[in-house]
Design a protein around this ligand. Structure first.
Ligand SMILES: C[S@@+](CC[C@H](N)C(=O)[O-])C[C@H]1O[C@@H](n2cnc3c(N)ncnc32)[C@H](O)[C@@H]1O
Length: 321
């Protein structure tokens, strides 16, 4: 077989693979559907008990108070399977800008992660029904989403600038984890990581549902004061229960979350000394409707973090340590 025909065969094979992948994702993943159907009915009771002590209201900014109130109504008694298509989720935590920004981000992600890791890192899931984008790699195509590539890009910048010893990042605390996408990426990349996401009771429940559907409910633990921290697994922790746990992190992450929390919340994280973490991966606004957003960068700089402007997102920065 000459080089030409083997390329034609390879292209045809890749074409078939992509069609199979997209149609599987479009027609749904029966395992994730079944898990969702199994778990969704406990969502309301979980939210009710997690909200027993309410949110830490002094920690909330007005925008997040409104988003939590409105979403509670929309996601009652549970979020729909396609919850990522909800307008409030879309507006507050789904980055979707196919084109030049996507190309830049995926090139950087490819530089940082070996081809073998890449597929498991950025492959999308059916649950939530994300907007899919096809990405080509040396081993063929992957169905991903821009939001997932965007999250993997944050991780890539952290690895490139902070250059941590990856094996030393055993416990990660994330403040404000959205629907749990970064926790999912990190868990696929480094299985066995102890990952704690602190968020509002509503978002803790959304993360619990999403991540349990993706990984199975044994892999995700809901911390409710009585339940101990589970090492080597994903722990979701409503902010109202955070003071019951003694967290000892190697890495503290917060992308546009501590910056969107109140000054009181930022002071709390500072009093906890970034939950003991010596490493930081932070993203925040320099100018925005959140009056204390930029303070996150100032505090991180004092802790020794390098500041990096995000040139394709004007007025936004990373702080990396
Ligand atoms: C803009 S979203 C960012 C989500 C995710 N980090 C990302 O980059 O896509 C802000 C996140 O912060 C959370 N959040 C807002 N106020 C919070 C608070 N007081 N305590 C903990 N999390 C909070 C929200 O629920 C949401 O998960």
């Amino acid at each position: 077989m000459n080089g030409n025909s083997s390329r034609i065969l390879k292209d045809a094979w890749n074409g078939l693979r992509v069609r199979a992948l997209s149609s599987r994702l479009r027609s749904g993943n029966p395992v994730q559907r079944a898990r969702y159907d199994d778990l969704k009915s406990t969502f309301a009771a979980r939210l009710y008990s997690a909200s027993g002590e309410g949110e830490v209201s002094g920690f909330m900014t007005p925008l997040w108070e409104t988003v939590n109130r409105d979403l509670r109504r929309s996601f009652s008694p549970y979020p729909p399977y396609a919850f990522l298509r909800h307008r409030l989720i879309g507006r507050t935590m789904v980055f979707h800008s196919p084109g030049l920004i996507f190309e830049r981000e995926i090139e950087e992600v490819k530089r940082q992660f070996a081809d073998g890791d890449l597929a498991s890192l950025i492959r999308e899931d059916d649950v939530g029904k994300p907007h899919l984008i096809e990405a080509s790699t040396e081993n063929g195509s992957i169905m991903t989403s821009h939001n997932t590539v965007h999250h993997a890009y944050h991780l890539s910048r952290f690895l490139a600038v902070a250059r941590p010893d990856i094996d030393s990042l055993r416990t990660i605390v994330e403040w404000g984890g959205g629907y749990g996408n970064l926790a999912k990426i990190v868990t696929r990349w480094r299985p066995g990581t102890t990952y704690v996401i602190i968020d509002t009771p509503l978002f803790s429940c959304i993360q619990w549902l999403y991540l349990s559907v993706v990984f199975g409910s044994d892999s995700v633990v809901f911390l409710d004061r009585r339940t101990p921290l589970a090492f080597g697994r994903i722990n979701v922790l409503p902010n109202s229960f955070a003071d019951s746990y003694d967290l000892n992190a190697d890495l503290f992450i917060s992308t546009w979350a501590l910056s969107e929390s109140s000054r009181e919340a930022q002071d709390y994280v500072l009093t906890e000394n970034w939950f003991g973490a010596k490493r930081l991966l932070l993203a925040y606004q320099v100018h925005s409707e959140f009056p204390d957003a930029h303070r996150v960068g100032l505090l991180a700089r004092e802790a020794g973090a390098a500041i990096e402007r995000i040139d394709f997102l004007p007025q936004n920065e990373y702080a990396l340590l």
